[in-house]
Design a protein around this ligand. Structure first.
Ligand SMILES: Nc1nc2c(ncn2[C@@H]2O[C@H](COP(=O)(O)OP(=O)(O)OP(=O)(O)O)[C@@H](O)[C@H]2O)c(=O)[nH]1
Ligand SMILES: [Mg+2]
Length: 484
């Protein structure tokens, strides 16, 4: 366990060459240190030009020096930022000089604290900001998400989360739960004041409102996870149905080879793209079919790899050939493939994409499939397209996003979030539903309602970090970069 009182130091800029590099220090009281470095009166938040020299008096670097006085700093402690030239060696020498200086001050002035100066762990500056109440845990997580953001939408959403807007929504929900809890606990404490039906209806209404807010927050959180993590979507299907054509269409470039020869794609092909701002890791795979007698080892490896991709997918785009939908032999194989994919995909949803719709109009309008097409086009897990004619593409994209768990953001806006938050909010929802059940009918039990609400309240507080175990904190901040 690192001591939370130790002053810490780190190079805050990314390793490698750069015009400027930043060394950052944070500690409860860095005035003596800042004075020893600067040798003139401290003016918080004002840049000072400074020549840093080593113990022998040789110049290490010419830097800009900034001092932020506690509590008006990123960490809430005293913070010093030294902006030097961005080379690994020069920054390392500045850090070493700071250690030497701290030791000297400690010897000369008996400043015990400075003797404990040590290198910061990853994320330790932000951890201190959290521990000192400058930001909550959700905001701290958003900081690293902003740094990691790979799309513009993810970056925008992360900065919105960082600003505390989403924490406010969580706190609002927390207030609603607290309100219901106070009402109920008051009646448990004063049982002589019997609750009548009207009171129970009031509790029921409060819980219904809280549940409504929870569902809204859950939708936003799921969107937030998608923005942060993106999804892995695997294109699968029988040979020659248009999988690689779909890959190229979505990537808007020729990444996969397309020919009319069945078995064109052998190895899987991977590409990162965005659909309406959501990052998708899209994978084209070899057509799956039974190789039978004519065992081709290369194709077999390709098919095995397709299966291994399907097993890891978050979403499967199962492509079918609509023009063969009235061919019993094709249908039989398709049926079997669908069952196998469902089995291996586990929880990943499957979007059925019926391609080559253009070929249908050339056949009879009375085809049974044609009729089914009309009937099914509104189903959420089916879409009919023609890559050749570019028809049905927008509908397909919308369904891809919807199946990935994306809901069109309402006035609540977009925030970045993590799977941990979704799990928390799902648990809160289940505590609220149980509470609601326990206020209704014969099985009313106020003690149990109060307990469910307490559990829900504690669980929700984990998001902002009011109620978070130390090991979870350690895990969260360890994902940060050093110096942040
Ligand atoms: N008419 C028509 N032909 C299409 C359509 N989409 C793809 N094709 C054709 O279908 C053939 C197979 O396309 P691919 O994209 O290579 O199919 P695949 O599923 O990747 O095939 P394998 O890699 O062999 O499994 C090509 O000749 C495409 O031009 C479409 O919407 N309409
Ligand atoms: Mg292909």
């Amino acid at each position: 366990m690192h001591d939370r009182l130790d002053p810490i130091i780190a190079v805050s800029t990314a390793p490698g060459r750069g015009a400027v590099g930043v060394v950052r220090l944070s500690g409860k009281d860095l005035r003596a240190f800042a004075w020893a470095l600067l040798r003139k009166p401290l003016r918080p938040r004002q840049a000072e030009f400074l020549k840093i020299r080593d113990e022998e008096g040789d110049l290490i670097d010419e830097v800009l020096f900034l001092y932020f006085e506690s509590p008006k700093s990123y960490t809430g402690e005293d913070v010093i930022e030294i902006q030097g030239h961005g080379g690994a060696m020069v920054l390392e020498r500045i850090v070493k000089h700071c250690f030497d200086l701290a030791k000297r001050i400690d010897q000369e002035t008996n400043n015990e604290l400075l003797n404990h100066l040590r290198l910061a762990r990853p994320g330790e500056f932000s951890e201190r900001a959290f521990l000192n109440g400058k930001i909550d845990l959700f905001q701290a997580e958003a900081i690293i998400d902003l740094i990691d953001a790979s799309t513009e939408l993810a970056a925008k959403s992360a900065s919105r989360s960082m600003s505390g807007a989403f924490s406010q929504e969580i706190n609002h929900l927390l207030e609603e739960i607290t309100k219901a809890r106070i009402f109920i606990e008051a009646h448990i404490d004063f049982p002589e004041e019997e609750l009548d039906d009207l009171d129970f209806r009031r509790v029921d209404e409060t819980l219904a409102t809280a549940l409504e807010t929870t569902n809204k927050v859950l939708k936003q959180t799921k969107n937030g996870v998608l923005l942060k993590e993106g999804i892995k979507a695997v294109i699968a299907g029988q040979p020659n149905v248009g999988k690689s054509s779909l890959m190229n269409l979505l990537c808007e470039q020729e990444v996969s080879i397309v020919t009319d020869i069945a078995g064109t794609t052998r190895d899987f092909i991977e590409k990162n793209l965005q659909v309406n701002g959501v990052a998708i890791n899209l994978i084209d795979t070899a057509g799956i079919h039974d190789l039978g007698e004519e065992m081709n080892p290369v194709e077999q490896i390709g098919i095995d790899r397709a299966w291994s991709q399907i097993k890891q997918a978050d979403l499967i785009l199962l492509v079918h050939d609509a023009s063969q939908r009235d061919t019993p032999e094709y249908l039989k194989k398709d049926e079997q493939l669908m069952q196998e994919v469902e089995h291996f995909a586990k929880d990943a949803p499957i979007l059925h994409i019926w391609n080559k719709n253009d070929l249908l109009s050339e056949t009879s309008n009375e085809s049974p499939f044609q009729r089914e097409t009309q009937r099914n086009s509104t189903r959420d897990d089916q879409v009919f397209i023609s890559i050749k004619n570019h028809s049905g593409v927008d509908d397909m994209k919308a369904k891809i996003l919807a199946m990935a768990g994306w809901s069109e953001p309402d006035e609540g806006g977009l925030y970045i979030a993590r799977t941990r938050h979704v799990q928390v909010i799902e648990d809160v929802r289940s505590h609220l539903s149980t509470s609601q059940m326990l206020t209704r009918g014969e099985h009313r039990n106020l003690e149990l309602v109060a307990e469910e609400l307490r559990l829900g309240q504690n669980r929700l507080s984990e998001i902002t970090g009011e109620f978070t175990a130390d090991d979870l904190l350690g895990e969260i901040f360890s994902k940060f970069c050093i110096g942040k």
